[in-house]
Write a protein that binds this ligand. Structure first.
Ligand code: AHR
Length: 325
């Protein structure tokens, strides 16, 4: 009796349609469509506050969308990234994304990925390749423009006259090359500005401190009145070195850096950093929009830029509570 009522409620027409779908094989096909997208992501490492925020954005967005993320941390080494990319091929992921530590040396592994038919998304940093069909799209900041913005700010603040110490990012990396290029492009219009010292601090706070200490010990240290750091972490390390050497950061030496991490806003609020040019690490949503578009066979632009601003000391207190990284 119960069975009869249930069958009646379900409706004979629906039951018939259901049986037809099973017979036509449409049911398993629909289920197969819902298969989880698997993305292999090779991250550079955890060298800066920016990178930590970038990793968090990628992991949380993948989880929010229910995608499977195979995440590999390369600890700053290109060879580790290449190994991770090869392992993603072996695992047969749907899409490979990575943030290349340096710009050169990727062509062979990218060709292997192409041969395996796996689409590639470049995240945060670009690569130098002769064949741009080796990746589908690049999502990241305009590092040249960030360098220009830093120089424009400094030229104005120092009235076109500055003896600059430069803390360069990882040698051979896109942000180090491009930020320097953009900065020097603007400097060329200000003959009173010159870079007196320039050395890599590898985008880390510890190395930034170490290099600034050596700058401050050099015989011509007293002439330095400005610092351009390619990222906030190196600037924060340099501020520590200045504090310890009895030099007033933000006053004796004007400081401009790039990223806009919370620590930079705190240093600005404390009067020790003058300006940070934003480089937005929260690109997880844009990255996975691209992944899903690729899976849906949609066409993507070769380059997607990220929106960013410039913040001065005077804005720090109001901005600080709003910062998400
Ligand atoms: O590629 C982005 C840069 O890499 C950020 O400016 C820096 O902090 C990071 O390490």
């Amino acid at each position: 009796m119960k069975t009869h009522q249930a069958t009646h409620r379900f409706g004979w027409r629906k039951l018939f349609l259901f049986l037809v779908l099973i017979a036509a094989g449409a049911w398993p096909a629909q289920a197969a469509d819902k298969k989880k997208i698997i993305v292999g992501f090779s991250q550079i490492g955890a060298e800066s506050g920016w990178r930590t925020a970038n990793t968090e954005s990628i992991k949380s967005e993948a989880a929010r969308r229910g995608l499977e993320l195979k995440f590999a941390d390369a600890q700053q080494k290109q060879e580790n990234q290449i190994k991770a990319l090869r392992s993603f091929i072996a695992q047969g992921v749907d899409v490979i994304a990575f943030s290349p530590v340096v710009v050169t040396g990727w062509e062979p592994v990218l060709r292997e990925i192409k041969k395996a038919g796996i689409p590639v998304v470049l995240s945060d940093r670009a690569v130098d390749v002769t064949d741009d069909s080796l990746y589908v799209t690049f999502i990241g900041s305009d590092f040249v423009e960030e360098g220009r913005r830093a120089a424009v700010w400094l030229a104005k603040a120092a009235d076109g006259k500055a003896v600059i110490a430069e803390l360069v990012g990882t040698p051979g990396s896109a942000p180090a090359i491009d930020r320097k290029k953009g900065f020097e492009e603007v400097m060329a219009k200000h003959p009173g500005m010159k870079i007196a010292k320039s050395q890599s601090g590898d985008f880390t706070r510890a190395k930034g401190k170490e290099v600034m200490e050596s700058f401050l010990k050099s015989p011509d240290a007293k002439q330095i009145n400005a610092l351009f750091a390619h990222n906030d972490d190196m600037a924060l390390g340099a501020i520590q070195a200045m504090d310890e050497a009895g030099v007033k950061p933000g006053k004796d030496i004007l400081i401009v850096s790039i990223d806009g991490v919370r620590g930079a806003f705190e240093a600005m609020a404390a009067g020790k950093l003058n300006c940070t040019v934003e480089c937005n690490p929260l690109i997880g949503p844009q990255l996975f929009d691209a992944v899903e578009a690729i899976m849906a066979k949609k066409k993507l632009p070769k380059r997607t830029a990220v929106e960013e601003g410039v913040y001065e000391m005077s804005q720090a207190a109001a901005e600080l509570p709003k910062r998400k990284y």
